[in-house]
Design a protein around this ligand. Sequence first.
Ligand code: NIG
Ligand code: FE
Length: 419
Amino acid sequence: MKQGNIIIKNASQLVTCSGHSAKKGEQMSDLSVIENGTVVITDGLITYVGKDADCPPLSDFPNHVIVEAEGKAVLPGFVDSHTHFIFGGYREEEFSWRMRGDSYMSIMEHGGGIHNTMTATRNASLEDLLESGRHRLDKMLAMGVTTVEGKSGYGMNKETELKQLEAMKALNKEHPVDIVSTFMGAHATPNEYKGRVDDFLDYMIKEVMPEVKDKNLAECCDIFCEKNVFDIEQSRRYLTAARDLGFKLKIHADEIVTLGGAELAAELKALSADHLLQASDKGIECLAGSNTVATLLPCTAFSLKEHYARGRHMIDMGCAVALATDLNPGSSFTNSIPLLFALACIYMQLSPEEAVTALTINGAAAIGKADKIGSIDVGKQGDLVILEYPSYKFLPYHIGMNIVEKVIKRGILFPSSNI
Ligand code: NIG
Ligand code: FE
């Protein structure tokens, strides 16, 4: 991957989010802002962070592009830690049905939903997936996302699960946005296994998961732990097998029904428990007492017209909260970072500071990368965004607008308007 040399000079706010692990509870309010700050990136890595006045003379840094950032806020690149961005087809008809009152789960139980996208993804060629995936990554980068997590899970057979993961591997090599891949073979049970959920899980655990590992196609493993999808015992079995093979764990937990997915995530030391709209008080307590990040996806609640997860309460209880878009063709066909900021602050009562932490260092922790990305610290990857406004507080306030002016990925400059 290309690496560059660049100096971002004299930002009105250098929002460092300094740290190397997830921030919990009150710590989420500390953004470690440096006024009139400068960052130097050399060979793609951050080599200086501090006051512009204390920075060594520019003559010490030959071959560095200089960017003046007076009147602008500079932040770490955003980490979108939960998406399903590789898929075939769309589900615009189902969206209309939902607006008329059909529920997400009833559409899925009648063969639509995830099954609909499974068929379209099985029918898509690798080239189709690369083309649509590339287009989605371009849009992410323009909104300041420098690392994204992407899941398989629309194959539900070996061939298509591997095709999705191969697509992400190829895109990771060619595109500036870094991709962290997650194997989600247990997303739903396909028709060929109807009524034989445990047999399907056995197939995924014995036939598919080891090959994903051998081919080094994913770092994490995820499951849709939900009523009428995979129950707690099945999820524990699948995730334990994944852990034994060396995968990091993530769980779609307590989204529609309170099942105890949050508790299971803490028990298994998962990187994250995601959704959590229906997480119980006990589940939230378990997360607060663990290193598992509570990843909240308010665009999904918005799109499904569900109650939002209790983000304010989770932070007050001491959880580490991350925010992600959940981009997928069904429950959240958006990867809008501006919308995500607005929903998190307006409907989940996160402060702008907490929302920034949730999309940077805590997003990085939710994919096991807080040592490399998610903050502006010396030694970390040179991934930054420059806003067109002087304060990070404009992120939720300028509702639905992309205020990212420039993106820097490993020291290479991408003006947002050119992406
Ligand atoms: O995170 N809830 C399960 N999985 C996805 C939706 C997948 C789909 O509807 O295609 C989610 O919301
Ligand atoms: Fe999801």
